[in-house]
Design a binder for this molecule. Structure first.
Ligand code: LLP
Length: 415
């Protein structure tokens, strides 16, 4: 559930009219609803309230400081995948002691920064990474808390580009190697195995795959126990899907309580790394219609947001709901909604039925996750602005980038 609703045919973000926000802050514009973010965080908290737990919001989904700060204030931890994301969390007043660090390609510099910040846990993704972490920990004379991200070879039944738990994916350490890897960690003076981790994919619309993975984690937990390796947490990753169209994913409560039921016989804290389920439906991208055009029976609605602002449709052929900011009773046309970028794949939606005219505002729903955080300056288009709505108040949380900002770090070569 979110707080973007129509009243008298006008789309509102909480108590503010979307078209007024666009008038005030320009287009394209990312608009977030604070109440929706709070609601989603509470849903996860509620599902985990009977267990020791840590909710590590996956920063990559939306790393804007205001969002991270709100998460931090609500007590969230964070899942980061780079030094930049960890630095952002700290800048946003997040607690580094609640941070876990995932990713297949951590550099020694990133590992050093993570250890200096005393983060909660590094999720190891390959056997050779153990050497790197050990070496850096030794140089700092510290013990690094680690978990092994196991690859359980479970099909998340999602889009192939966002499936991560199959053995042909680059992520995690093969399940068959996990026990030996933990033994190696146990034998190191500079490493402490505190958890078991997995993340099998994103936009999962069924709870079955995570339950299959949980069975494997449980099996590993017992094998480790037999070796006197005791683990304090099990991290089930992120991946819970959201409704973009007609998907019916389980609620956080349904998804998590099935997992906790499986783990109730053992004494571990449960960690979870939700990104999309936390922020997707808490954000929309509003964009103005520039031109309507018809090429040989095909209608195009050309808007001022392009694939540089929201790349999900172009990259994964994702279907995202597109609606009018102001509903009307005029007849609808079948059209492709396309951006100004010079690529045929620069589209936000294909074969949609809309009733729009030039200068109208249309809105892409579910754009809070992997929207702004994946945006770029392609075609030298400035990054767009972001606002956060809290009832009838609005804060500009990111100014629109100025043209000059785009080349601020560049220089022309001397003759
Ligand atoms: N933890 C790890 C280690 C991850 O790699 C991810 C996402 C998450 C947690 C959060 O997953 P979520 O709860 O958001 O599903 N750009 C793609 C999604 C890529 C997901 C990458 N990893 C998209 O727009 O669909």
């Amino acid at each position: 559930m979110d707080y973007f609703n129509y009243k008298d045919n006008e789309l509102y973000a909480e108590d503010l009219k979307v078209s007024d926000l666009v008038e005030q802050y320009g287009s394209p514009l990312y608009i977030y609803s604070k109440a929706t973010l709070v609601r989603h965080m509470h849903a996860f908290e509620d599902a985990l309230k009977d267990n020791r737990h840590l909710i590590c919001y996956a920063v990559k989904a939306n790393s804007s400081l205001a969002i991270l700060n709100l998460m931090a204030k609500m007590g969230a931890g964070f899942d980061v995948v780079s030094k930049g994301e960890l630095a952002r969390v700290i800048k946003a007043q997040g607690d580094p002691k609640k941070v876990i660090f995932s990713g297949v390609g951590k550099t020694r510099d990133e590992i050093k920064y993570a250890l200096e910040c005393d983060i909660k846990c590094i999720n190891i993704e390959s056997e050779n990474e153990i050497d790197a972490i050990e070496e850096v920990a030794q140089s700092l004379n510290k013990v690094a808390n680690v978990a092994v991200r196991v690859n359980p070879n479970v099909d998340a039944k999602t889009h192939p580009s966002i499936s991560t738990g199959l053995k042909n994916n680059k992520f995690g350490i093969a399940f068959s190697r996990a026990l030996d890897v933990y033994k190696r960690i146990r034998d190191s003076k500079y490493l402490n195995a505190c958890g078991i981790d997995c993340h099998i994919g994103s936009q999962m619309t069924s709870g079955a795959p995570i339950l299959e993975a949980t069975d494997k984690l449980l099996e590993l937990y017992h094998k480790l126990k037999d070796e006197n390796i005791s683990i304090d947490h099990i991290d089930i990753g992120g991946g819970l899907g959201v409704t973009y169209g007609d998907e019916t994913p389980p609620s956080p409560y349904e998804y998590i309580s099935a997992v906790t039921a499986k783990l109730k016989e053992i004494d571990v804290a449960i960690y979870i790394e939700p990104g999309r389920a936390m922020v997707a439906n808490a954000g929309v991208l509003a964009t103005k219609v520039l031109y309507l055009k018809n090429n040989e029976n095909k209608n195009f609605v050309i808007v001022d947001a392009g694939m540089n602002d929201l790349i999900r449709p172009a990259l994964y052929d994702s279907w995202m709901n597109i609606i009018e900011a102001k509903k009307n009773n005029d007849s609808k046309i079948l059209c492709d909604v396309v951006g100004p970028v010079c690529e045929s794949d620069d589209f936000l939606g294909k074969e949609r039925k809309l009733s729009v005219k030039e200068n109208d505002v249309i809105v892409v729903r579910g754009a809070g996750a992997y929207g702004f955080s994946m945006s770029s300056n392609y075609n030298s288009r400035p990054l767009c602005a972001e606002v956060m709505v809290d009832k009838d108040k609005v804060s500009l949380i990111r100014k629109r980038q100025e043209i000059e900002d785009m080349w601020a770090l560049e220089t022309i070569c001397d003759d």
